[in-house]
Design a protein around this ligand. Structure first.
Ligand code: IPM
Ligand code: MG
Length: 353
């Protein structure tokens, strides 16, 4: 059995997820079983919580989760723990999905969509490995009264050696299927958290002598990602820096509608590792329900799902090739300056499988 939880969520989530599921089903894989669940604003409206217990139970019982997007402007005024974003943060934490893999590359023929010069854009092909369950995201936080009587917000940043070791190992492993280059990004010139990070990464690299490891401060890395992207193979970084650097890398690609992601833990499944797969574009409420959203990022997330959670490299590669073929044949969503709609793009990819 291949058990997959499908959590479409908010905004354009349902429409892009539907097309991705169609692509998955059209492969005719034996034993494929899908389970639906509510997350995000829609889950709050139906069940009073962005991540209902029932959804979490479904996710835990599966080998992989296909996630659409969460985020709903109607929910902006809710208390933080009831906002849609808590669904994805909660899934990451409860499922111990500590490693976020975000490939960023410019597809051949789409160099002109990148804000970078085409000769630089064509060299952009990196994988960001972002730690996903620690850092300021999950540290203690609160509000207090500052010495001068004004409001003061605070968030605790911390990384333990154990947390850094396990994400470093994912980065090293990931780099082996590329060209073994890993650049660890931190702010060790200022932060104690980063000093521990850097020391731990260096130490972990000793047992991976084939890895070509370098270190870079995050401000410099931000500059280098857009000025000289070809120097990066795998970027290994923490939760907060990874959030920012991965958006930067996707903006450099210029087509946010094409970028998938995987969030992985250590739990083994029958065929690979448990993971949650989602497009990086978010819920885009401004175009939701209009059939305009590009489903390619979610379709490419299905490819990552098959590769990492089910060991189905052949099918993963077939999906990626079909997306590339559709792009080469001029199939373009609005995000790429084209006029093809969600359903049309899904069909175009299936025809080319
Ligand atoms: C992301 C998003 C999330 C994050 C938000 C929605 C909480 O920006 O997946 O990068 O900050 O991790
Ligand atoms: Mg982000």
């Amino acid at each position: 059995m291949m058990k997959i939880a499908v959590l479409p969520g908010d905004g354009i989530g349902p429409e892009v997820t539907r097309e991705a599921v169609r692509v998955l089903e059209s492969l005719g894989l034996p034993g494929l079983t899908l389970f639906d669940g509510d997350v995000g604003g829609i889950a709050y409206k139906r069940h009073g919580h962005p991540l209902p217990e029932e959804t979490l139970t479904i996710a835990k019982s599966c080998d992989a989760v296909l996630f659409g997007a969460v985020g709903d402007p109607d929910c902006d005024a809710l208390e933080r723990h009831l906002r849609p974003e808590q669904a994805i943060l909660g899934l990451r934490k409860h499922l111990d999905l500590f490693a976020n893999l975000r490939p960023a590359k410019v597809f051949a023929g789409l160099e002109h969509l990148s804000p970078l010069k085409p000769e630089i854009a064509s060299t952009l092909d990196m994988m960001i490995v972002r730690e996903l369950t620690g850092d300021v995201y999950f540290g203690d936080k609160g509000e207090r009264v500052a010495n001068d009587g004004s409001r003061e917000g605070w968030d605790m940043m911390a990384y333990s050696e154990t947390e850094v070791q396990r994400i470093a190992r994912v980065a090293f492993r990931t780099a082996r299927s590329r060209d073994c280059r890993v650049c660890s990004v931190d702010k060790a010139n200022v932060l104690e958290t980063s000093q521990v990070w850097r020391d731990t990464v260096k130490h972990a690299a000793k047992s991976h002598p084939d890895i070509d490891l370098s270190h870079m401060y995050v401000d410099n890395a931000a500059m280098q990602v857009i000025s000289n992207p070809s120097q990066f193979g795998v970027i290994l970084t923490g939760n907060l820096f990874g959030d920012i650097i991965s958006d930067l890398a996707s903006a450099a690609v210029g087509s946010i509608g094409l970028l998938p992601s995987a969030s992985m833990g250590d739990r083994a499944t029958d065929f690979g590792r448990f993971g949650l797969y989602e497009p990086i574009h978010g819920s885009a409420p401004d175009i939701a329900g209009q059939g305009k959203a590009n489903p390619m990022a979610t379709i490419l997330s299905v490819a990552m799902l098959l590769r990492y959670s089910f060991g189905r490299e052949d099918e993963a590669a077939r999906i990626e090739a079909a997306v590339e073929k559709a792009l080469a044949d001029g199939i373009r969503g609005g995000d790429l300056g084209g006029a093809h709609g969600t359903v049309e793009i899904g069909a175009a990819v299936r025809e080319r499988l």
